[in-house]
Design a protein around this ligand. Structure first.
Ligand code: PLP
Length: 392
């Protein structure tokens, strides 16, 4: 028996644990002070009424012998997959049922997808980025190289032709920077991946925040992307499913490596180690695609987008450099007074009771940047921005 030694290579403190232990320490010392939490990327609005009805109806079906469901199809139920196909068709992207796999969210599939590839792959990960890509690749024993996203390139890293890689993670709109690739930039990534025989893992969980209609919501809007990209999405941020858990992964039939169709390997992987997402949850997700469902989730999304605007307006007034906010729930700004990101975190917590996320937690390139999220209450966002404006 040998324990996976790669765990020793992980950073000891998971970012949000460190943030929450600092916040709870402050709260213990200052029990009467209100804290404005703009740190965590979790949604705060409850599930839409139509989704609740979908869930409720499915619960009742489970109570009758005629409608009870046991194990579901490995791929997910057709009623949900067909809605996804229809949505993509409206955007001019044709997909087949066998290319879509319903999942319990993006985080698990971002990690599990590594089952498709041999260990010791060379993996290109943007820096800064959502920490789960790095952690899971370390656990798998992969070799990580970074694509630098910096102030100079507006936090949109581009490939280096001289670098050979096997796997490439792209998150657009990005967490934490909110930066979003345009079609020309994504085409460069697609061409690069094809030239290196690499596979892109494209994380589109924030696509519903895109307002600019010229920006791509799916990598399959880019020519040839089906030959090199897997797309991972979840209903977490668009429909408030962070605690309900449902998403999907797309592996196009054109994605073939070493003579193997990756979607067939993934199907085999799912039959070996996944028994599907609960019927009840998939019925709740189906309700997202109804007319009322779409209207109701839009209402929540607009609420968050309004918060993002409030934050952007404040930073504009203060003349501070930032990315995101326009097509993303994240606003990524240069730390006030040239502070380091943990220094700014401590100062804002102690003096203003505002909790954000230090950029450093997402990678080396974030050490002078700070992330605020638009997922809070509007009145808190307004108050926090007033406090920031007055203090800095
Ligand atoms: N991908 C990115 C970029 C995220 O920011 C998150 C969550 O914050 C996830 C994936 C995980 O989402 P899920 O709730 O679907 O697991």
């Amino acid at each position: 028996m040998k324990v996976n030694v790669n765990f020793e290579r992980l950073k000891k403190n998971f970012l949000f644990e460190k943030v929450s232990s600092k916040v709870s320490d402050f709260a213990k010392r200052n029990p009467s002070k209100k804290i404005y939490n703009m740190g965590i990327g979790d949604v705060t609005k409850p599930l839409a009424k139509t989704i609740i009805k979908g869930l409720n109806d499915a619960v009742l079906e489970m109570s009758e012998e005629e409608t009870f469901k046991g194990y579901g199809p490995y791929r997910g139920y057709s009623f949900l997959i067909n809605n996804i196909i229809k949505e993509f068709k409206e955007e001019g992207i044709s997909l087949e049922e066998s290319e879509i796999f319903i999942s319990d969210g993006a985080k698990s599939d971002c990690a599990n997808i590594l089952n498709l590839f041999e260990k010791n792959q060379k993996v290109l990960i943007p820096n800064p980025v959502y920490p789960a890509y790095e952690d899971t690749n370390i656990i798998y024993g992969n070799q990580i190289v970074y694509a630098n996203a910096t102030h100079e390139n507006n936090f949109l890293a581009m490939p280096d032709e001289n670098q050979d890689v096997d796997l490439i993670y792209i998150c657009s709109p990005n967490n934490p920077t909110g930066a979003t690739y345009n079609k020309d930039q994504l085409k460069i990534w697609v061409d690069y991946a094809i030239s290196k025989d690499a596979v892109i893992i494209f994380d589109s969980v924030y696509k519903n925040f895109i307002e600019d209609s010229t920006l791509p919501k799916s990598i399959y809007e880019i020519e040839d992307a089906k030959k090199c990209a897997i797309e991972i999405y979840s209903f977490s941020k668009s429909a408030g499913f962070t605690g309900t858990r449902c998403g999907y992964t797309i592996i196009p039939k054109e994605l073939v490596r070493n003579g193997s169709c990756l979607k067939d390997l993934w199907f085999r992987r799912q039959t070996a180690s996944f028994n599907g997402v609960a019927y009840i949850i998939q019925k709740g997700a189906e309700a997202i695609f109804t007319r009322q469902g779409q209207e109701q989730i839009k209402e929540n999304l607009n609420y968050y987008k309004e918060n993002a605007k409030i934050i952007c307006n404040t930073l504009n007034e203060m003349n501070v450099f930032y990315t995101g906010g326009k097509n993303s729930p994240y606003i990524w700004f240069k730390c006030f007074n040239s502070l380091g990101s943990w220094e700014l975190f401590d100062l804002m917590l102690e003096k203003l009771q505002i909790v954000g996320t230090p950029g450093e937690g997402f990678g080396e390139n974030g050490k002078n940047f700070f992330r605020l999220t638009a997922f809070g209450k509007k009145e808190d966002t307004l108050k926090a921005m007033e406090l920031i404006k007055n203090f800095f």
